[in-house]
Design a protein around this ligand. Structure first.
Ligand SMILES: Cc1ncc(COP(=O)(O)O)c(C=O)c1O
Length: 445
């Protein structure tokens, strides 16, 4: 009892607690709903051992089961629904009226606000889920990679929530660009290793010959897998690319459907930025049946970084997801594992290959794609800040840039279309990127 309270006095809470029943009851499983079969991952014939066997050994049981599932809907455990509700799901669907006014467009722009989740991004949806399954399996330590740091941040918190340890290999360039996020991840108790590192064989090999010295999501993936393979007490978890991660993110698209229905809206264009494809898959997966029915009447658009233009300029072929070939071969749009990704402040979209699931959507002609350079993305971030007052993550700026261009086209043709873009993350801990871009010129540029 607090001092000053009267015995027997128990006021009603001011507001009801989170209602887990507003959180979807199932994840949507995209794979069995694709218009063509998912090309299976396979081993290379290089005599260096089975990567598939390693991958199976180091992953969580439940994730393997989810990837193999053929049902369209996978039930979300009640505890996970409660966690998601506690984090603030459903997240708001904001009508960006100030942005519309600024653009002078008849289009209605809706922003799905994943940036309001406590660690600052949609990544928390899958991090909490995977930490829950790890704890249930009796695993004590999770090993993972991160590009922008948002996934590492989410895993660090989710691991703490479920009493687990977390080890995060972080694309070196991004870790160095973001000392603030680095501090926060360590404050949460996770161990952080900028990649390439001296801790693993693939990291050492890259450091030795100076390849991929900046690090990337790919170098970090290779190191995380290699570390987990050598530490049997750990399990490796992924924050993108794989079918189960995309499924976990479909709470986003399911909520958007419900929210649009409540507003009496029908969406014409769905937009997400695309790195490993999980916020895109999560937003668009639940709309695949609508896409099948409406064809060109519903546009699905992925916005990528011109620094890693896989969907717009890559090849649809088998490749490793890491430069050293620690991962199995999977089919996706790729720039090639030897491609040295340039320095950019868009770490979450900076990888040479991607998701097979997203690749099938693209290959089958369901997904359009556009690429923006960093300057275009940051300028959109500044426009969103000036109009809506929110500072969004550099990755999310790509999605909103595409929404702005759609809205400008709608102005030119006088079409009152409805656009939904996913704001995948908050930009406060990416402020160093904005600072590097604008320097002292932010007010005038
Ligand atoms: C804020 C943000 N948005 C988007 C992404 C891209 O991930 P995905 O393509 O899996 O949605 C990342 C990845 O780190 C991110 O941090």
């Amino acid at each position: 009892m607090q001092s000053g309270e009267q015995p027997g006095w128990s006021p009603d809470p001011v507001a009801p607690g989170p209602d887990p029943h507003e959180v979807p009851t199932s994840w949507f499983n995209i794979v069995p709903n694709l218009p063509a079969p998912l090309p299976p991952a396979r081993d290379p014939e290089d005599g260096k051992g089975s990567r598939l066997e390693v991958q199976n050994r180091i992953r969580l049981d439940a994730m393997r089961t989810q990837d193999a599932a053929t049902d369209s809907f996978l039930p979300i455990p009640e505890r996970v629904r409660e966690e998601l509700a506690g984090l603030g799901r459903p997240t708001p669907l904001l009508r960006a009226r100030a942005l519309e006014e600024y653009l002078g467009t008849p289009a209605r722009i809706y922003l799905k606000r994943e940036d309001v989740l406590p660690t600052g991004s949609f990544k928390l949806n899958s991090a909490v889920t995977q930490a829950y399954f790890a704890a249930r399996q009796g695993v004590g330590t999770l090993v993972t990679e991160t590009g922008a740091g948002q996934w590492g941040h989410a895993v660090a918190w989710a691991a703490r929530r479920f009493g687990l340890r977390a080890i995060v290999f972080w694309a070196g360039i991004s870790a160095r660009q973001k000392p603030g996020r680095h501090t926060v991840i360590e404050m949460l108790g996770a161990q952080v290793h900028p990649s390439p590192s001296e801790l693993t064989a693939p990291g050492k090999a890259l450091l030795r010959d100076g390849r991929h010295a900046l690090g990337s999501l790919g170098t970090a993936i290779g190191e995380a897998i290699s570390y987990a393979a050598e530490h049997p007490e750990t399990r490796y978890i992924s924050g993108s690319n794989l079918p189960h991660v995309l499924a976990h993110q479909t709470v986003i698209g399911q909520e958007v459907k419900t929210q649009l229905d409540a507003l009496g809206e029908r969406v014409d264009t769905l937009i997400a930025c695309v790195g490993g494809g999980s916020n895109l898959g999560g937003l668009m997966g639940p709309f695949l049946a609508d896409k099948a029915e409406r064809g060109d009447g519903l546009r699905l658009l992925g916005a990528e970084s011109a620094a890693a233009p896989r969907l717009t300029r890559g090849q649809w072929r088998y490749d490793h997801a890491d430069p050293e070939g620690v991962t199995p071969l999977s089919k996706s749009y790729t720039l090639g594992r030897d491609y040295e990704l340039p320095e950019t402040h868009v770490g979450g979209l900076r990888q040479h290959s991607g998701s097979s699931v997203i690749g099938v959507l693209r290959q089958q002609g369901l997904l359009d794609a556009v690429a923006y350079d960093e300057g275009e993305a940051f300028d959109t971030g500044r426009t969103v800040l000036r109009t809506e007052g929110m500072l969004i993550a550099p990755e999310s700026c790509h999605a909103v840039r595409a929404a702005v261009e759609e809205a400008v086209r709608a102005r030119e043709t006088g079409t009152a279309k409805t656009i939904v873009a996913c704001v995948s993350g908050n930009g406060a801990l990416d402020l160093d990127g904005y600072t590097a871009h604008y320097g002292g010129r932010a007010a005038h540029a």
